[in-house]
Design a binder for this molecule. Structure first.
Ligand code: SF4
Length: 171
C-alpha cells in the first residue's frame, strides 16, 4: 500500500472563510475537519476503528457538536489529517495508510459541500449546507469505498436531516 501523498486535489485555501475572524478564543475552541468528516460526523452512531478512535470521535461529535449549543462550534476545514483522525490506527503523520482513497473521498465531499482547506463555518452552517447540497442517494458516489456506507447509518442520518425532498417524491 503506497503511503506517498497524492497530488493535491482540493481547491486552494480561502482565508476569507465565511466571515469568521481569527479570534483566539474561537481558535482554542474550534474543531478541525477534513471535508469528508462533515458527513461522517452527521452519521456517527458510536462506531469506530478502535476504542481510542471511538472515544475521541464521541467526545467531538456527541460531546461538542450534538451538545446543547453545539451548532455554534466552529469547524475549520483542513486538507490533511484532522481532530477525528488524531488517534486513528491508520494515521501515519499527516497522512492515512489509505491516502489515495481518502484524498479522493475528501475531494468528492469538498466539491459537493463547496468546502476548501482554511474555510471556517459553524456546525449549524455546515448542516444547512449539507441539507441544501447533498441527498442521501448521493452518498453511493461521494462515499464510494467507505466500509461504513453499507450499514446505512449515514444515509439514515442525512434523510433525517433533510426530510423528504423532491428527489424522494419524484415519479
Ligand atoms: S459512508 Fe463513510 S465516508 Fe460517507 S459519511 Fe458515512 S462514514 Fe463518512
Amino acid at each position: 500500500m503506497s503511503l506517498q501523498p497524492p497530488k493535491p486535489t482540493l481547491p486552494t485555501a480561502n482565508p476569507a472563510s465565511l466571515g469568521h475572524p481569527p479570534d483566539s478564543r474561537l481558535r482554542a475552541a474550534r474543531v478541525r475537519f477534513r471535508p469528508h468528516h462533515f458527513l461522517c460526523a452527521l452519521g456517527y452512531q458510536g462506531k469506530g476503528y478502535s476504542d481510542r478512535f471511538t472515544a475521541n470521535m464521541s467526545a467531538i461529535v456527541l460531546g461538542r457538536l450534538r451538545a446543547p449549543d453545539g451548532g455554534r462550534t466552529i469547524i475549520e476545514v483542513t486538507g490533511a489529517t484532522d481532530d477525528i483522525c488524531a488517534p486513528c490506527p491508520k494515521r501515519r503523520g499527516d497522512h492515512c495508510m489509505s491516502q489515495v482513497q481518502i484524498a479522493a473521498l475528501d475531494s468528492r465531499h469538498a466539491a459537493a459541500l463547496g468546502l476548501a482547506p482554511g474555510d471556517r463555518l459553524t456546525w449549524a452552517e455546515a448542516q444547512v449546507r449539507i441539507r441544501h447540497r447533498v441527498h442521501a442517494d448521493d452518498l453511493d458516489r461521494l462515499c464510494r469505498g467507505c466500509g461504513w456506507l453499507a450499514l446505512g447509518l449515514c444515509k439514515a442520518a442525512l434523510r433525517s436531516l433533510t426530510g423528504p425532498t423532491d428527489r424522494d417524491t419524484a415519479p
